[in-house]
Design a protein around this ligand. Structure first.
Ligand code: ADP
Length: 359
């Protein structure tokens, strides 16, 4: 069922800055949506417009099919978890979680039952009597989440909730947030600049860049079918390699390498003959030791990084410096000349001018 709709939403700040352009998205009940993109691309602004904390300059915001642009945060039934936990330092964990219900004058017995249930979901049962200063960062963030999920709301909005935690806590808390979502089934919109968080948590991801939505899709769709260079380069670690060059007689030439791309271009071969394109491939989508001359790339190894489950191989080929990701057992030596090829299905070609994928 269509729950929330954003139709051509725009944000122009009073100083004239156009922070969000024509944002379109429909969210189903229970979905976990992640807004991802570099700092300043308009994620928080969009989230705050959904929360009712920021005016919508243009466009329509609907909840259950009703126009909600003018509704306050309470009417929208949203709860927000911010980057800073903003707990009350003089209140116990119990009172912090209970705060919203206490304000509403909910019965004490009901509050007690709800706080205990929420604490159990979050693994905070043993900490209810503690003050926030006696908790770790991860536990504090759980209290902040508890305070949000104890109220019966329609939408959870989370703005970079893990950014104050250290790397290890972030990974733990990330899986806990996924677990909480499975248990509560609550519609969630989550903002992050971290593509790993987006990939691991989201049902659907909205990739943004300088105020524009670039692509909306499942993690799988974004990884395997990116619509442009920006999305292809943003999702994946290390990112996709890009090489600029021209199509000549159906071949892509760079440095000493000539790769036959007629099969990848298919019926677009004629259109792109003589044109600039961008040749993209993921670090892991390569096969070492190419046999077929038509697809062979020659390179020299500059540096290798053994990461345990794989090795990143930094190479030079022509003027380009792509990164390959290989099994540590296959890792070449530094300064060793190597050859490799990229299977057709793993080659991405982008228009050199528009940077859109060539399909
Ligand atoms: P993100 O969450 O993706 O980091 P924001 O939504 O916070 O980005 O900001 C988007 C853009 O809008 C940024 O360029 C930011 O500087 C600008 N911006 C944010 N708040 C205001 C404001 N109150 N007035 C003017 N510009 C703002």
């Amino acid at each position: 069922m269509e729950y929330i709709s954003l139709k051509n939403i725009n944000k122009i700040y009073p100083n004239g800055y156009h922070a969000v352009h024509d944002f379109n998205l429909t969210i189903e009940k229970g979905e976990f949506i992640v807004f991802v993109g570099p700092s300043g691309c308009g994620k928080s602004t969009t989230l705050r417009m959904i929360a009712g904390l920021e005016d919508i300059s243009n466009g329509e915001f609907l909840i259950n099919g009703e126009r909600a642009n003018e509704w306050g945060p309470r009417e929208r039934e949203v709860a927000m978890v911010f980057q800073s936990y903003a707990l009350y330092p003089q209140m116990t964990v119990f009172d912090n979680i209970a705060f919203g219900l206490t304000l509403q004058g909910v019965d004490e017995d009901v509050i007690e039952e709800k706080v205990k249930k929420t604490a159990a979901i979050l693994g905070l049962t043993d900490y209810l009597d503690r003050l926030p200063r006696a908790l770790s960062g991860g536990q504090r963030q759980r209290v902040a989440i508890g305070r949000a999920i104890i109220r019966k709301v329609g939408i959870f909005l989370m703005d970079e909730p893990l950014s104050n935690l250290d790397a290890k806590q972030r990974v733990t808390m990330r899986s806990e947030i996924a677990q909480i979502h499975r248990e509560t089934g609550a519609t969630t919109i989550y903002v992050t600049h971290d593509q790993t968080e987006a990939m691991t948590l989201a049902d659907r991801i909205v990739v943004m860049s300088v105020g524009y939505v670039q692509q909306i899709g499942t993690p799988y769709e974004l990884y395997y079918n990116p619509v442009n260079v920006f999305v292809a380069g943003f999702i994946g670690e290390p990112p996709m390699n890009f090489i600029k060059g021209k199509v000549t007689n159906g071949k892509f030439k760079f440095g000493e390498n000539t790769i036959d791309i007629t099969k990848v271009l298919g019926n677009k071969s004629k259109k792109y003959e003589g044109k600039d394109i961008i040749f993209g491939f993921r670090p892991e989508s390569i096969v070492l030791n190419a046999q077929n001359e038509a697809y062979k790339i020659n390179a020299t190894v500059e540096l290798t990084e053994m990461l345990g489950d794989n090795t990143n191989v930094y190479i030079t080929t022509g003027d380009e410096k792509p990164i390959l990701k290989v099994d540590p057992h296959d890792a070449p030596e530094i300064d060793e000349p190597i050859t490799f090829y990229i299977p057709f299905k793993s080659v991405y070609l982008f228009d050199g001018e528009t940077e859109k994928v060539i399909k």
